[in-house]
Write a protein that binds this ligand. Structure first.
Ligand code: G3I
Length: 347
């Protein structure tokens, strides 16, 4: 018997609860994850499976096996798929690195969006059409797309996605867009898409924060300001690092194996209660805010299921022991999980 409460049930009337998934989890080989994921989550984003590097390895060759498995898995468990991502400067196919002309970049964009978004229209719920197009100061990032096609590549991408996937919701996704300057850039970008008469259905605030830096005021302002644009507001890659930023640590050697460096990797034997509580407090504050704005916030997705497989164990240095999620390395719920569940009692 399993009396564990389920996030997807508790927040059913408020917003979808998602997780990033990898191919191992989708294959249901790990019995603990196989049980936990469909019980807890009603939305999923492929962590890497639908990125261009994997799905579009050569000019005229596509690879759909893993994405198809994810779609079948999601259908079986009544989970909405947020496909991720069509146009992003990172994890691009190798052939894109040799692309010099605007024509070939434009052709890549057209072929990629038409083929991939077209194939999954009606099968996935939504797409992160463009990912991380902005710099921290709100200007456009100098990606291969921006350099060859100009700032309007974003509008073009949404237009192509709208044509290829009329039944799929279309989102812009980025990190740090809760911060004032970058947020202003994102708002301008979204307004530009809207002014061009092109459909954009939502914005994803990634939410890679930490217990030391959780910008609650800016997050609240962002929900209000993005919500005022008449689109969905989502938290799409939520995790809270409990580790210090290695860049700020005096005397820490980031080139040395992080595993044996107490300053860089302080909690490799386990997370002390004080930090466990700090994490729980942070998640509690966040979910209270999300519930306060449940009419604007449509989805909250965690970037991973459990601490053991989180990307934050390998970023910004490899081999650390981080604890950013609600489930521990044995897939057991942490105190933060119960605090998130309990936020419902206060509303
Ligand atoms: O699959 C290979 C494996 O064969 C190889 O042995 C290994 C050695 O490095 O690499 C494996 O690929 C890694 C891949 O994750 C799968 O684990 C890549 O090196 C690694 O770079 C890649 O990292 C992903 C990262 O995006 C790439 O930029 C993370 O898993 C993924 O969590 C992360 O997700 C991004 C979002 O898409 C966008 N927002 C930020 C977020 C965090 O960076």
């Amino acid at each position: 018997a399993n009396n564990q409460p389920a996030l997807r049930e508790v927040f059913k009337k408020d917003f979808a609860i998602g997780t990033a998934l990898n191919n191992r989890q989708v294959a249901e080989r790990d019995t603990a994850a196989a049980r936990l994921v469909p019980q807890q989550f009603d939305a999923a984003t492929p962590e890497n499976m639908m990125k261009a590097a994997l799905m579009h390895p050569e000019w005229n060759r596509y690879y759909f096996d893993e994405a198809d498995k994810l779609v079948a898995y999601a259908q079986k468990h009544n989970i909405k798929v947020n496909a991720h991502t069509l146009i992003w400067h990172s994890q691009l196919p190798a052939f894109m690195r040799h692309m010099n002309s605007a024509d070939s970049v434009r052709q890549f964009m057209r072929d990629h969006i038409t083929t991939v978004a077209g194939r999954y229209d009606g099968k996935v719920y939504s797409w992160d059409v463009v990912n991380e197009a902005l710099n921290e100061d709100g200007t456009m990032r100098k990606s291969v797309f921006q350099q060859k096609l100009g700032d309007d590549f974003v509008v073009e991408a949404f237009k192509l996605a709208q044509q290829a996937a009329p039944h799929t919701r279309l989102y812009y996704n980025d990190y740090n867009i809760e911060q004032p300057a970058k947020r202003a850039g994102a708002i301008a970008l979204i307004k530009k898409i809207q002014a061009a008469g092109v459909r954009i259905d939502g914005v994803g605030i990634q939410g890679h924060w930490s217990v030391e830096h959780l910008p609650l005021d800016q997050i609240e302002k962002s929900i209000q300001e993005f919500g005022a644009l008449g689109i969905e507001v989502m938290f799409t890659e939520l995790d809270l690092s409990v580790l210090p930023s290695p860049r700020g640590i005096v005397g820490a050697d980031v080139n040395q194996s992080a595993t044996y460096n107490d300053k860089i990797n302080p909690y490799r034997e386990g997370l002390p209660d004080s930090m466990q509580n700090k994490l729980a407090d942070s998640y509690d504050a966040l979910f209270r805010l999300f519930l306060q704005y449940k009419n604007k916030v449509t989805r909250v997705t965690f970037w991973g299921v459990d601490d053991g497989q989180s990307w934050l164990n390998d970023f910004p240095v490899r081999g650390r022991t981080n604890y950013p999620l609600l489930f521990d390395r044995k897939l057991q719920p942490k105190p933060a999980f119960y605090r998130v569940i309990d936020t419902k009692k206060h509303t």
